[in-house]
Design a protein around this ligand. Sequence first.
Ligand code: SF4
Length: 84
Amino acid sequence: MVRGRGDEVAATTNADSGTGTGIRIDTDRCVGAAMCALNAPEVFTQDDDGVSRLLPGGAERARDTAVREAARVCPVQAITLHGT
Ligand code: SF4
């Protein structure tokens, strides 16, 4: 099984303030537990190797309760939220 093909990152930027929200998945750390995809299936999915991946538009949902919960329950703390 191949893992760790680079972090998965999605971010938004507010051009006026230079701030934004973002989600980062440390794919080297991910163990494919699927808790993220179960908690926030509109943001997270898994590739053929079980590694978590972000779906398009995920960064806009970084503040969603489901996304925060996904980061909280990840057993290896592979998900980092920014600007939330
Ligand atoms: S919950 Fe964590 S370990 Fe499980 S698939 Fe998601 S990022 Fe990977």
